[in-house]
Every structure is written in structure tokens, then in C-alpha cells.
Design a protein around this ligand. Structure first.
Ligand SMILES: [Zn+2]
Length: 525
């Protein structure tokens, strides 16, 4: 359900901020028919779409397609490999009609048996985001262009098939012929606009246009896509300024502010679905007392953090579901920075002068989170609470949070979160439903039977009646804000910096960092 690993990424990027760059107006691309992007890491941790669950999306979404695509800000589903779909009145049977004339890169035709077999393979392997298919009991293929999903309980499968993770369609004839490991060895079997030409691990990924792509190649499109691995953000910025790359995936906010002043670059900032929680250990004193957790929520200098750490590219969260997503509700109560109220709550809980210490883990190199922790520590000191900030490698932080020795675990965990199936469910089930074995993202160890029941009820209702589901999501959020198992810190914006010759880019927050390069074109001047 999320990518933890962005932590590492943000880290690396922020680690390197010294840059000498000469600004040139009207930077011209060196290779006009190639869209070139700089990425701080080789994001292709997995090439197998059945298990990829990390930062692979910017490449996978050029190679592969899903049945539908979700546009969350408009709450609309766009037909992609499916052209039509319908659901039975009980919400248990979904029927999809597939697009005619779609070919895989290998030359095979795309049909209903590929849908059935690729989803079944993903489910059977049970890796990555395979859990998105949990409600599916069986998949039938009455003919080559019709797929029927029979569900155990009603869920919105039209959204599931649009998932950023675990929902790509791939050629199963080739998987069966070439073997289970064919994909993970660095091959692809998609229907997308571009196919893989070359992958040099740790260096670059090169894609070329797929001549038989079903949308065709009329109009303006890029012939090739090149992803270069550029670990050092100063170097990436220089390449952008020299016209050697069109886009840099991650840049420090200081650089973005500087590039914004230059007409050679376009900077877009749109609401994103990535938010940040500080998860509070609800299983241990003193934070097992909701009044202590509420006091913590009142002690955070939200405005200062957003201004000084995020350069304004974030807003204080209202509840756990980010702004712009259905289920988000701007009228929910919000904690504010209010030390008097915090002190009163601590007094009520028996800690009038604080007098305790809390351990917060922060991933090494994550400058943003380190700054958040430092700013908060200064406020907690005023309440007599010591914030013990432990910086450690991301893996160590993650392992500690799941340690079988409960006494070892942290008191506070700062977590980036973003969706797979673009829905409020992903946030609530991911972080706040009871989880013991395994713990996924519920690193507050929160457990409330009523909340568990509502979370399941909400998703089962969502398949039939979105409005009724929204009402349940509100109920859950009210309870979570009251119980305060987490501080809902901020919702981040997606900030993109591109060469200004690139046209037609719109950010879709359901697909983090995906550019949909087929839609883009270059126009100089
Ligand atoms: Zn094939």
C-alpha cells in the first residue's frame, strides 16, 4: 500500500544541495524527439508487474496499461484496455468489455484470457499489491472480449483495475512459454505506447515507440524515452539547465524556487495524495492515554513546518485522507498549535510538568523529516517532554517498528503514505485497521474493533453506494481524530519541473511520478 522507500529517495536528493548553475533563457533540448528524465536512483527494483511495489511506476506506465485509468480530482474513470463496464445490482458481479485491436509488444493479441490469467498469476504469487484482488472469487471469460469478475463481497472493482500497483495487463502466452522468471530478468510484455529497448542497471532505461500501439502515432509524440540515473541533485539541475534532460524527478525545494524564476522551465504544483503521518505508539505508556496523544497533536508548530520545511508546497492535513480524494472532508476538526490546551490535557492525564521522554525514529538523510523533528522538539521541551530523535537507516527504522520485542519499538514514527488503489480505504485499512501478524503500516499499533468494523463496511458499501460509504468514512475519521493514534501532519503537493518546451502535461495524483509520455510533445519557443 505505500512506498516506504520514498523516504530514501527524498533523502538522497536533499543530501546534495550545493550547486553551481548558470541560468540560460530558452534552453533547447539536445535530442528533440527523445523525452529525457533524470532520476536519482535506478527505480527498476522489479520488472515483474505482478510484484512491483516501489518506484517503478514512471517506467511501467509507459510499457503497460490497466483496464481503466482513474482521474481522482474529477472522480472519473477513463476507459483504457476496457471500453465499457457494468455492475450487477448486488455489487457482486462486474462485467468488462475489452478494447478491440490491442496488441502486446511481443505481437500477440490482447484478449480476455490475458486479463484472467495475468490477474490470477498476480493473485497466486501474492506479492506486491496482490491484496487489491482479495474480494475476487473467480474470473470468467464468456468470450474473447468479455471478462466477468465474481466477488465474495461488493467492492468497487472499476477502481481496483485502475490501481497504480498490481493491475497491469501482460501477455500470459509469453509468460507461459518463456518461464516465470522472464519478466523479473528485465523483460516486459506490455501493451503500452513504448517498449523496452535497453536497460543498463544503475545507469539508464531506454524505451522506443511501439509501432502497433492501439492509439496510433498520428500527431506529435516522442519517439523515445530515456531515463538517466543521476544520483546527485546538483548534477541533475545542471543537466536540466543545459538542456540535457527535460525533467528531473526530485529536486530540493531551494532549487525549485530558483528555477521558477526562469522562463526556460515550467514548474507545476498540484494537490498530491502523498501525506505524512506521525504515528504514535498506542500500546505503551504514556502515549496509550488518548489525552497524551491529543496533547502531542496540539504541540506541533504546523504553520512553521509548512513554511520552513516544505516551502509552502504542503498544507496541514484535515484528517487522514488527503485533500482532493473522495472521502476527504474539509469540515472535520483539526488540531492547531496550542500549547495551553496541550498543557491542560497533560495535566488531566497526570503529567502536569511532562517529565517523560519519547523516542522518534527518522530515516537517515531525510532532511525534511529531521527538520520537522527538530522544530517539534523545541515545542515539546516547553511542555517538559524530551523528544529523543534517533536517526537511522530506513531498513533499521522499519525493522525496529516491527520488532517482536514491544519494549524496543519507537514511540513516534514519521511515515510518508500514498495510494495503490486510489481510495480512502487504502489509507485507513493500511494504517489504522488492527494488524498484528503481519503489521503492514499500522505502526501506531492502533486497535479498535468498532473502527475495524467500519473500515470493512465502508469499502463493501463503496462498490454500490459511494455517498453512503463517504458517510462511514467521515465517522471513521472523526473517531481517529478524537483518538489521535497519529498526528495528521501535512498533505504534500506534487511539484514538477520541466523544460518549458514540453507541452500537455497534467499531473494525475493517482499515479505518483507517472508522466504518461505518449500525451506529451515538444514545441520550442
Ligand atoms: Zn506474447
Amino acid at each position: 500500500m505505500k512506498r516506504i522507500l520514498i523516504a530514501l529517495v527524498v533523502i538522497i536528493l536533499i543530501a546534495s544541495m550545493s550547486l553551481v548553475g548558470c541560468k540560460k533563457a530558452g534552453v533547447t533540448s539536445e535530442t528533440p524527439t527523445v523525452f529525457t528524465m533524470a532520476n536519482n536512483i535506478d527505480c527498476m527494483w522489479s520488472w515483474d508487474p505482478s510484484d512491483a511495489f516501489g518506484e517503478e511506476l514512471p517506467i511501467l506506465f509507459e510499457l503497460y496499461e490497466t483496464l481503466t485509468r482513474y482521474h481522482p480530482l474529477e472522480d472519473e474513470l477513463e476507459p483504457v484496455l476496457a471500453t465499457d463496464w457494468s455492475v450487477s445490482p448486488d455489487g457482486l458481479t462486474w462485467t468488462f468489455t475489452l478494447r478491440e485491436g490491442v496488441k502486446f509488444h511481443c505481437g500477440h493479441d490482447f484478449d480476455s484470457s490475458d486479463v484472467k490469467r495475468s490477474i490470477e498469476r498476480t493473485m497466486e504469487r501474492g506479492m506486491g499489491a496482490a491484496f487489491i484482488w482479495l474480494a475476487v472469487n473467480s474470473i470468467e471469460t464468456p468470450d474473447e472480449k468479455t471478462v466477468v469478475f465474481n466477488l465474495d463481497y461488493p467492492v468497487p472493482i472499476d477502481l481496483t483495475v485502475a490501481s497504480a500497483y498490481g493491475a497491469f495487463m501482460y501477455c500470459m502466452d509469453c509468460v507461459e512459454e518463456k518461464g516465470e522468471d522472464y519478466l523479473s530478468a528485465g523483460n516486459e510484455l506490455g501493451t503500452g505506447p513504448y517498449k523496452l529497448q535497453q536497460w543498463k542497471r544503475g545507469d539508464q532505461v531506454l524505451l522506443e515507440k511501439f509501432g502497433d500501439y492501439w492509439r496510433g502515432w498520428d500527431g506529435n509524440h516522442f519517439e523515445k524515452v530515456l531515463l538517466k540515473v543521476v544520483p546527485e541533485s546538483g548534477t541533475a539541475r545542471q543537466m536540466l539547465e543545459a538542456g540535457q534532460v527535460d525533467y528531473v524527478r526530485l529536486l530540493p525545494f531551494e532549487d525549485i524556487e530558483a528555477l521558477k524564476q526562469n522562463a526556460a522551465f515550467t514548474v507545476t504544483a498540484t494537490p498530491g495524495f502523498q501525506n505524512v503521518y506521525i504515528l504514535i505508539n498506542t500500546q505503551r505508556e504514556p502515549t496509550n492515554d488518548p489525552r497524551v496523544r491529543q496533547a502531542l497533536a496540539y504541540s506541533v508548530p504546523y504553520d512553521q513546518i509548512i513554511e520552513n520545511v516544505m516551502y509552502g508546497y504542503a498544507t496541514q492535513s484535515v484528517g487522514p485522507i488527503p485533500k482532493g480524494m473522495w472521502g476527504h472532508d474539509d469540515t472535520l476538526p483539526q488540531y492547531t498549535y496550542d500549547l495551553e490546551t496541550a498543557r491542560q490535557l497533560l495535566t488531566d492525564a497526570g503529567y502536569p510538568d511532562g517529565g517523560f521522554s519519547l523516542m522518534m525514529t527518522v530515516a537517515s538523510g531525510d532532511e525534511n523529516h529531521r527538520k520537522v523533528a527538530e522544530l517539534w522538539k523545541a515545542e515539546l521541551t516547553k511542555l517538559g517532554i524530551d523528544l529523543d530523535i534517533r536517526t537511522m537507516p530506513f531498513d533499521a527504522q522499519w525493522d525496529l517498528a516491527k520488532s517482536s520485542n514491544l519494549d524496543e519499538r519507537q514511540d513516534l514514527y514519521i511515515l510518508y503514505y500514498w495510494p495503490d488503489v486510489c481510495s480512502p480505504q487504502c489509507y485507513l485499512e493500511g494504517c489504522f485497521i488492527t494488524q498484528t501478524d503481519p503489521i503492514i503500516f499500522n505502526l501506531c499499533y492502533y486497535s479498535d474493533p468498532q473502527v475495524d468494523e467500519w473500515i470493512i463496511e465502508a469499502w463493501e458499501t463503496a462498490g454500490r453506494d459511494r455517498e453512503a460509504a463517504t458517510a462511514i468514512y467521515r465517522q471513521i475519521q472523526e473517531k481517529l481524530i478524537e483518538d489521535s493514534p497519529a498526528i495528521f501532519l501535512y498533505d504534500m503537493q506534487n511539484v514538477r519541473v520541466m523544460n518549458s518546451s514540453i507541452r500537455n502535461f497534467t499531473d494525475n495524483p493517482a499515479y505518483p511520478y507517472v508522466l504518461f509520455i505518449y500525451d506529451l510533445y515538444r514545441e520550442e519557443g
